[in-house]
Design a binder for this molecule. Structure first.
Ligand code: SF4
Length: 476
């Protein structure tokens, strides 16, 4: 087999990270570092827009932050304020035109926008806007917001942005940049994270606190669900232009998406993962010798499982961290390198052992099957797979790249059938109640759990069903 083979990695994918800074002498380089820390939220494209007070300048491209931004490239981005974005596509094709931020010039002046999330009514709005004469430059749902903004008749920047956002529905954490202001906004449900920090007196807004840590910025607070924050020469002003809604933070940020060293929705992610693992050990014990996490996604929960069960935590799988998203296989090879390119089992740890293997989720099941097989081939006597979240039975419409429902193994098979398919001696998932308990939300008042429970907090209407059909068709 020849050509570029995708590395096996069967996960839901977060698709975007945001970073913005206002009034700092090294704005572009700070944005670069912030995006570097947020690279795990998107590896397909990255971009930075800066302002010197009169003009916006942009550099963006396909690939990793480190590949796109050289010293010379950052020298092309003068100015004391910047917004940046890393992307992994959800809505829209994988093309350079969809890389963000998106920069436009309209009668109101230039404006740039970066978006984390997904709008459930974007296609409907797009058709209306196109019928009224708007011409789109990308297939991204984010561009809809800028067209709505450009058509607004409101005078003040914050009013025009609020008016455009009042028409969209779904998940958005946003950063806008104009020549003299930065604006952050979060949807009323607060699906995706967004935090406010400060460094050297300059306000910073970003997706996760790990980006603040890297530039020695202090965490100030979360941008609240439904809040719009304007940062300009007059300081920081907060507005509440949207109707209130019950908070629905994405619970998968705790389970997998966010970096373990980040504070997300006010909670340290690693602490949450340890609690998920402890809860999993209480709910799904196993008669075994050692606990082995699937790195890196199962590390926190694996440690928690070990602490609760008393079973020893062992490095039975080693991850190669220098793997991209594709690789080239030998032309004549009949072997599959898909998982082995990333994970290598340690025979001396696994041989003769009854292993509890810990991972965060099973999506299609194909990768789990290969990992279980690999652990067995390395000599494990038994393999008991434990998952630190409930079965994923539905797709996400709020900014996460997910397969079709029919591709989700838990939407088709029972737990016993999945265990059989994967080749595990036993399989246990964390319960829905246990998941909520581990993030201190026993009654489920603050989190979205739709991909586990089927209870979607923002309804998908008939027209949007049609949009989703198109979306799913485009994804193949
Ligand atoms: S559906 Fe799942 S992945 Fe999407 S926001 Fe809700 S919990 Fe997160």
């Amino acid at each position: 087999m020849a050509g570029n083979t995708p590395v096996d990695d069967d996960h839901f994918r977060d698709q975007c990270g945001l970073f913005g800074i206002f009034g700092h002498r090294e704005a572009a380089r700070m944005a670069y570092l912030g995006l570097y820390a947020l690279q795990h939220r998107g590896q397909e494209s990255a971009g930075i827009v800066t302002t010197d007070g009169s003009r916006l300048r942009m550099q963006k491209g396909m690939g990793l932050v480190n590949d796109i931004f050289t010293d010379a490239c950052l020298d092309q981005l003068p100015g004391a304020s910047a917004i940046g974005h890393v992307r992994y596509s959800t809505s829209g094709d994988t093309v350079a035109a969809n890389a963000q931020p998106i920069l436009i010039d309209c009668h109101r002046g230039p404006i740039a926008l970066g978006h984390n999330g997904n709008l459930v009514n974007a296609q409907v709005l797009r058709h209306e806007l196109e019928a009224a004469g708007s011409i789109f430059q990308s297939s991204s749902d984010t561009e809809v917001i800028l067209h709505l903004y450009a058509r607004s008749h409101r005078d003040r920047l914050e009013d025009a942005i609020a008016a455009s956002l009042s028409k969209v529905r779904g998940a958005f954490s946003l950063l806008f940049l104009t020549p003299d202001a930065m604006v952050a906004a979060r949807d009323p449900w607060g699906f995706r994270p967004l935090v406010l920090g400060q460094v050297d007196g300059a306000p910073v807004v970003c997706s996760e606190t790990c980006a603040l840590d890297l530039i020695d910025a202090e965490y100030v607070r979360d941008i609240e669900p439904g809040e719009l924050v304007v940062v300009d020469a007059e300081g920081i002003r907060s507005f509440r232009p949207f109707p209130t809604a019950p908070s629905r933070h994405c619970i998968f940020e705790h389970v997998y998406f966010a970096r373990p060293d980040s504070l997300v929705f006010g909670r340290n992610v690693l602490s949450s993962r340890l609690l998920l693992g402890r809860q999993l050990a209480r709910e799904c014990p196993a008669d075994a010798d050692i606990v082995v996490p699937v790195p890196d996604s199962g590390m926190g929960a694996g440690l928690g499982y070990s602490q609760e069960s008393g079973l020893s935590f062992e490095w039975g799988l080693i991850r190669n961290h220098y793997v991209g998203r594709t690789f080239i296989e030998p032309k004549q090879s009949i072997r599959s390198f898909g998982v082995k390119i990333k994970l290598n089992p340690v025979r001396s740890v696994l041989e003769g052992k009854r292993v509890v293997l810990i991972d965060d989720s099973i999506v299609r099941g194909t990768t789990s099957r290969k990992i279980v097989g690999m652990v067995r081939e390395a000599g494990a006597r038994e393999v008991h797979l434990r998952i630190s979240s409930p079965p994923t039975t539905g797709p996400c419409y709020y900014g996460i790249d997910t397969p079709l429902k029919s591709e989700l193994i838990a939407s088709r098979l029972s737990v016993d059938e999945i265990a059989k398919y994967i080749g595990a001696d036993s399989l246990g998932y964390l319960s829905h109640e246990g998941l909520l308990r581990a993030v201190d939300d026993v009654e489920g008042r603050r989190h979205c759990t739709a991909c586990f429970s089927g209870r979607y907090p923002v309804a998908v209407t008939q027209a949007e069903d049609w949009q989703l059909a198109l979306f799913e068709k485009a994804r193949g």
